[in-house]
Structures are given as C-alpha cells and as structure tokens.
Design a binder for this molecule. Sequence first.
Ligand code: URP
Ligand code: ZN
Ligand code: ZN
Length: 469
Amino acid sequence: MAPVVIKNGRIITAVDDYTADILMEEERVQTIGRDIPVGADVEVHDAAGLLVLPGVVDVHTHLDWEFGTARSADTFGTGTQAAAFGGTTTLVDFADQKRGQSPLAGLEDWHQRAQSASVDVGAHMILTDVTDQTLEDMKTLIAREGVSSFKLFMAYPGVLMVDDASLFKAMRTAGSNGAMVCVHAENGPVIQALIEEALSQGRTGPKYHMLTRPSLMEGEATHRAIRISELAQTPLYIVHLSAQEALESVAEARDREIPVYAETCPHYLFLTDEEYDRPGFEGAKYVMTPPLRTQAHQQELWRGLRTDNLQVISTDHCPFCFQEQPLGMKYSKRLGYEDFSKIPNGAPGVETRLPLVFDGGVHQRGLSINRFVELTSTSPAKLFGLFPKKGTIAVGSDADIVLFDPEETWTITASEQHSRVDYTLFEGRSVTGRVKKVFLRGQLIVDGPEWRGREGMGHFVSRGESGKV
Ligand code: URP
Ligand code: ZN
Ligand code: ZN
C-alpha cells in the first residue's frame, strides 16, 4: 500500500491542538510534522479547514446478536460499515456465554460472526452462568484470547440476569487478573414485578417500558454493583448510565477513590421520555434499556461528562427494525406489538455519535474539543486496553484517522444511513459537524458518501489490561 500523507489538518487529540501533516505507512502513523515532503508514490489528502481526529472507539455494540427471541439487525459487515461512516474505526462488541456452555464457545461463535467486520473489533464477554469452570475460563479469555472485560446483567431475569453471588465471584476473578467488569445496573426482579402488574391491568403500549423501569431502580442496582465491586476489588464500569441516582452513586464512589467508571449514550443526552408519547406503536423505536429519562436527568449527565464522573460516550448500538419486512419478525420491534415487555430492547446509533456529540457538546454546550476526543476515543481506548494503539494520533499508533468538517450543517435521516435498520432515533435532526474521510490503519475506507472499505478487512484486536486509566 502506498504511503499516505494528510496535509494541513488541525490535529486534535485528548491533549493536543495544532496544525501539521501526518505520514501514514505500513498501517501506522510514521511521522507528524510541518511540510512533510511527498514523493510521486504518495497519496495526498488535503485537510485544510478540517479537524484531524483519532478514529473513534465505540466500546458498546451488539452486532448480529441473539437477544431472547429476537436478533439484532446488523451483521458485522453492515454494522461496521455504518460505524465507519460515523468515524468509528474500532468497536468492542459483546460476545456471550450461553447457559450451560463455556464462554470460550461463545467467543468462538462470535469470531465466526465477526469475520465480515470492516473496522477493527474486540470482544467483551457476557457471562450468564458463573460456575467454577466459568471462572477458570475467564482467566483463559484474559490471558490467551485478548478479552479483558466481562459484562454481567442485574436486569432481564430469566434471560441474562445473574444473582449477586455470581456477580461477586466474576468480579473477584476479573479484578485479580487484570480485567474489568461491566454491569447493566437495574433491579431486574422489582422491574419484573412492575411489568407483570402493568400487563395484568391491560397496560400493553410502549410507554409502559419506561414506566416500569424507574430511575430509582437503576440507582439502587448501581449502588449495589459498586459495593460488591469494592468487596471484590475489581475495577467496575457501569454501562449505559441514564439516571441521576446512578450517577450520584458513581460520583460518591469515585470521591472515595474506588475504581468505578461509567458511560452514557447519545440517546440519553439528546432525547427525553416524551418520545414515548408518540402515537400508536411509534414509541417502540425508543424502547431501549434503561429507558429515556426526563430533562432533569439529562442535565445531570452533561454535568457528569464535564466533571469526569462519566468518562465515555458509547452507542449501545443494538438495532431492531421498526417494520417486520424485509428482514422478518425476529429482527423487528413488532415482536412486542401487543405486549411492551416483548419489544426487543435496543436502538441504533453507531453512525451518529460523533456529529451528535460534536454538535450538542462542543457547539452548543461549550465542551472542549479535547474533551470531545477524550470521551469518544481516548478514554474508551485506555479503559479497555487498546491505548496507545487506538484512541490517539501519535507516532507508532495505528493510522486510524477521521477528517471532520466542524462547520458543515446537515440533516440526519435513516435513508442515508448504512445500518440495516429502517429508522434512526434522530430523524430530521440538524447537526453541525460531519465526517468527511475515514482511514483505517492508513487505508481510506470512507470518502464523503463513497464506501472504499471492504467486508472482512477489520482485524480482531486482542486487548491488554482493562480498567486502568
Ligand atoms: O436496550 C438495550 N440496551 N439493549 C441492548 C442490551 C443491553 O442491555 O445493553
Ligand atoms: Zn445493558
Ligand atoms: Zn448494550
């Protein structure tokens, strides 16, 4: 592959902001400097007027994933292409252990599905069955397979939920072997009681998804997870944090220097629970877990991002189509047309994170441009054992680069997106800031609206220790 030079761009990392050229060769950043000489064999891209950002890292996706009776609608091929158009060059997706099976078998299955990835991919492991053998297999996953983070669910009883003893045992093993535990923190049994009560009263519409998952129960589970992790002495990462009560627990623990980290997602930062008042079944598009919250919660999340009680913005991309066709019922929100508790939980978002956070954070709320890179690239890379290969622009790092126009205003619409899903949560929203070109390990994969990548060109990234910043 010919060497590539990006000229005259404004290079932004979590700590830098300067104008220079970047020479990329053999998949890495080779040189950063002023007026790098270019020979005839060099591919040159002029980035004058553009921001040059590290390829974005998304540490929360569910591609081609069986979830109860449903399956998420993106393959690794379509989901990673959509990610690339959103500037994401690395994602960490969730492999899962089926009950009664080894997590190693779950990883093998994930590797089969991930073969079509066109950006680089790592795997977390969801644990559903924490036996003595599972604890041994965790060590193998960490030391041999490059899987240094595990997700456990305190929600979804009968599907994914584990009890507190399992949570504790998995945390203890993770903590003493250089791994981190990610927790979906909601009180599953209480929520289940609320769901059953609502259904018995004939309350079946999508809005009841939100009404049966109160923020208090997210706060309660977050507090419990933190206390268990303290005892187990493991770093803990709270996924998709949406509620003020949960954030308060995280802040309180961090003040005591307990290694607790948390992410939130664009939908919690830009949408509120008013979306569930949409007519008919439309609210089902917004059925993700935890549900959308009120404006007051949203303001606290923005504050958490500023004060570093939240360290990461990830997408939780878990797409299900609104319509049944063409993919079929299994991939569709229609599974829950008559019963909100059967609506597959999850929403798309892998393509829209960067422009949304730039527009809503940097443009509208005065978030610094370095913090923007930190939240979307550098911190997730550091926390999940990918840094400095990923998450920054530095000599020797992978040449994953995004050229981003900070001035272009455009409108988000599903018809121009690349996921297989048939809607976006942000239809018709005008945003300022747009991904123009994306390089994966030095190779141009997105060129304006053109796809230059190839299914299968993504590499598996074996990760180092997680939970250290
Ligand atoms: O609604 C969501 N978040 N679906 C994906 C599964 C999970 O809990 O992350
Ligand atoms: Zn979750
Ligand atoms: Zn998720």
